[in-house]
Design a protein around this ligand. Structure first.
Ligand code: C2E
Ligand code: CA
Ligand code: CA
Length: 278
């Protein structure tokens, strides 16, 4: 019954998957952009539920293109994945995040930063050592970094992924299952993987106050995740009515335009400073 509900809701969902359909830029253009260091880290605050206090941020890529202005991830992530460039983006965004952190430890020391990794990157068996050495370079504990992996691609090559995931976990990184509900894995399957957090995809959150089917999915996901010791994040919360619903299922944290949109590093520092004064 739950599987039916998921499929029904996902067939209406155009958000997550169609984003990857657009590919306007060639591999060479993207590579040149990487060399020119045009890919920048934006930060979307994540807040505790129900207090609304900022507890961390998700790092989101933006391309400050030399002629085309600010380009969203939907126009370069898929091409980067296809041509094995995506790890260069991850390393660059991790370094930008750690650099911001090292210059602003007084303001940011208690916050958790989430970096998106592509499942393809788990094919590099040296990934745990590489990410750890970047953290060491910036004198930041690995435990301050959460690595988000999209659920829908996770189970495709689970055996190889598992080894790398376990070693990332052993090195101290937190692991998060992103876009939960957009693939067809059950929480039970995911429980065999060493995750700390589960993010409920925005397609289930958006409109949940008026759509009982979405509430069924959110309720059962929260219940199972909590039983398995995973913290739950509700993504893409825009409306107060939807916020009230996800709060009623005791999600640990919330991300979405209702609280804050993604912003530049300086805007982020200002937001965090102002919220600390309140
Ligand atoms: P995601 O990881 O699910 O990130 C959340 C996306 O939802 C972001 O879009 C964010 O701007 C958007 N969002 C957050 N709150 C709301 C809301 O309340 N309403 C709505 N309508 N949208 C909201 P963005 O930045 O365009 O990123 C899209 C996707 O691109 C990300 O989805 C992620 O899968 C991918 N991505 C972004 N940066 C990176 C990166 O550095 N590496 C990798 N591998 N993927 C990335
Ligand atoms: Ca994410
Ligand atoms: Ca997500």
């Amino acid at each position: 019954k739950l599987k039916e509900l998921y499929s029904q809701l996902l067939s209406q969902n155009t958000s997550t998957k169609s984003q990857h359909a657009l590919q306007n830029y060639s591999k060479d253009e993207i590579y040149e952009g990487l060399l020119r260091e045009e890919f920048c880290a934006y930060f979307q605050p994540k807040v505790a539920s129900p207090s609304g206090a900022i507890i961390g941020a998700e790092v989101l890529a933006r391309w400050h293109h030399n002629t085309d202005g600010t380009v969203p991830p939907s126009q370069f992530i898929a091409t980067m994945e296809e041509h094995n460039l995506i790890h260069l983006l991850s390393y660059s965004l991790l370094k930008q995040t750690l650099s911001l952190l090292s210059y602003n430890r007084d303001i940011l020391k208690a916050l958790q930063f989430s970096i998106n990794l592509s499942v393809k990157e788990l094919e590099d068996i040296k990934l745990p050592e590489k990410l750890e050495s970047i953290c060491e370079e910036y004198c930041t504990p690995t435990s301050q970094i959460t690595l988000e992996l999209t659920e829908s691609h996770l189970l495709e090559n689970i055996k190889r992924a598992l080894d790398v995931l376990l070693r990332l976990k052993l090195k101290g990184f937190k692991l998060s299952i992103d876009d939960f509900g957009t693939g067809y894995s059950s929480i039970k399957q995911l429980n065999e993987l060493p995750f700390d957090e589960l993010k409920i995809d925005r397609c289930f959150v958006d409109g949940c106050s008026t759509q009982p089917n979405k509430r069924v999915i959110i309720a059962s996901t929260c219940e199972m995740a909590h039983q398995l010791g995973l913290e739950v994040v509700a993504e893409g919360v825009e409306e107060v009515e939807d916020l009230v619903v996800v709060q009623s299922y005791e999600v640990e944290s919330v991300q979405g335009y209702y609280y804050y949109p993604p912003c530049t590093p300086s805007e982020f520092l200002q937001t965090v400073s102002e919220s600390a004064l309140q």
